[in-house]
Write a protein that binds this ligand. Structure first.
Ligand SMILES: NC(=O)c1ccc[n+]([C@@H]2O[C@H](COP(=O)([O-])OP(=O)(O)OC[C@H]3O[C@@H](n4cnc5c(N)ncnc54)[C@H](OP(=O)(O)O)[C@@H]3O)[C@@H](O)[C@H]2O)c1
Length: 227
C-alpha cells in the first residue's frame, strides 16, 4: 500500500461463471435479486467497514446505484464516482442525501453539469485534463481522510485500477447460478493482458460460506508473471 492512495478492496457479486450482469447493458440489480438475505447483509456490513465506496460512472447510469448500507447497523461510507465529463444525471440516487458523495471529474467537464451536481450537495473534485487521473484522484481521497476504499465495479473501472496496481485485496461473493454469454460482462473488463508475463497474481487468503454463497478473499500480487 502506498501513502498516496487508500488501501483498496474490490468487493464484487458474481455468478459461478464470473458474470456481473445478465447481459451487457443490464443492471446488476437483476442478478443481485438471486442473492439470499445473509449474503446481502454481508455486502452491506462490508460497506460499513470502509471510509468510502466507489463505482464507475457507467454503473451509476445503468444501475442507478444507491451504495448505502440499508440492511445492518452502522453508517454508510462516502460514495465516490469518477465521471470525467460530469455526465451522471443530477437525479441519480447516488446524489441523494443518504450519505456524502464525491464526484470526480476532469477539467473538460461542462461547468453547468458540474454546477448541477454541486447543487445536489455533492463534493466535486477535479483531477486530470481529459479523463479522470486516477493517481490524482487517489491522492485527493487520502487528503479527504479516506484510508480504506471499497470498489464495487464495474468491469471497466476494475480493469483500469488493476492496470495501475491499485487494488490490494479482493472479496468475491459467488452467486450460485450460471449465466453464460460471450459478451456478458465478467469481473474484469478492458482489453485484458497481452501475454503471460502480464498476468496479475493473487494469493487466496480466505474462503467461507455466507448463506448459500461462497466467499473467497485474495491479496493481489503485482510482480512479473504474477508470482
Ligand atoms: N455485479 C456487480 O458486483 C457489479 C458491480 C458494479 C457494476 N456492475 C455492472 O457493470 C456494468 C457497468 O460497467 P462498465 O464496465 O460498463 O462501466 P464502469 O466500470 O461502471 O464505468 C467505467 C468507468 O471507467 C472510467 N474510465 C474509462 N476510461 C477511463 C480512463 N482512460 N481513465 C480514467 N477513467 C476511465 C469511466 O470514467 P469516465 O466517466 O470518466 O469515462 C467510468 O468511471 C453495469 O452493467 C453494472 O450493472 C456489476
Amino acid at each position: 500500500m502506498s501513502a498516496s492512495r487508500p488501501y483498496v478492496t474490490l468487493i464484487s457479486e458474481m455468478t459461478v461463471d464470473g458474470k456481473l450482469t445478465l447481459k451487457r447493458g443490464l443492471s446488476s440489480k437483476i442478478i443481485m435479486g438471486l442473492m439470499d438475505m445473509e449474503s446481502q447483509r454481508f455486502l452491506h456490513k462490508k460497506r460499513t467497514e470502509f471510509d468510502a465506496i466507489m463505482v464507475g460512472s457507467n454503473t451509476i447510469k445503468i444501475d442507478n446505484s444507491i451504495l448505502t448500507n440499508r440492511l445492518v447497523e452502522g453508517r454508510s461510507p462516502v460514495r465516490v464516482i469518477p465521471c470525467s465529463d460530469a455526465s451522471i444525471p443530477p437525479e441519480s440516487n447516488v446524489l441523494n442525501h443518504d450519505a456524502p458523495t464525491i464526484v470526480v471529474v476532469s477539467s473538460k467537464a461542462d461547468v453547468n453539469k458540474v454546477q448541477a451536481i454541486r447543487e445536489k450537495g455533492a463534493d466535486v473534485m477535479v483531477c486530470g485534463d481529459s479523463h479522470v487521473d486516477l493517481d490524482l484522484m487517489m491522492e485527493g481521497l487520502v487528503k479527504k481522510g479516506i484510508k480504506r476504499l471499497m470498489v464495487e465495479g464495474g468491469p471497466t473501472l476494475i480493469w483500469l485500477l488493476i492496470k495501475k496496481q491499485m487494488i490490494d485485496h479482493i472479496i468475491l461473493i459467488q452467486i450460485p447460478y450460471i449465466i453464460g454469454g460471450d459478451s456478458t460482462p465478467s469481473l474484469v473488463g478492458g482489453p485484458g493482458v497481452d501475454s503471460i508475463d502480464q498476468v496479475v497474481g493473487t494469493e487466496l487468503t480466505g474462503f467461507y460460506k455466507v448463506g448459500n454463497h461462497l466467499i473467497t478473499e485474495y491479496d493481489v500480487i503485482y510482480s512479473p508473471n504474477g508470482k
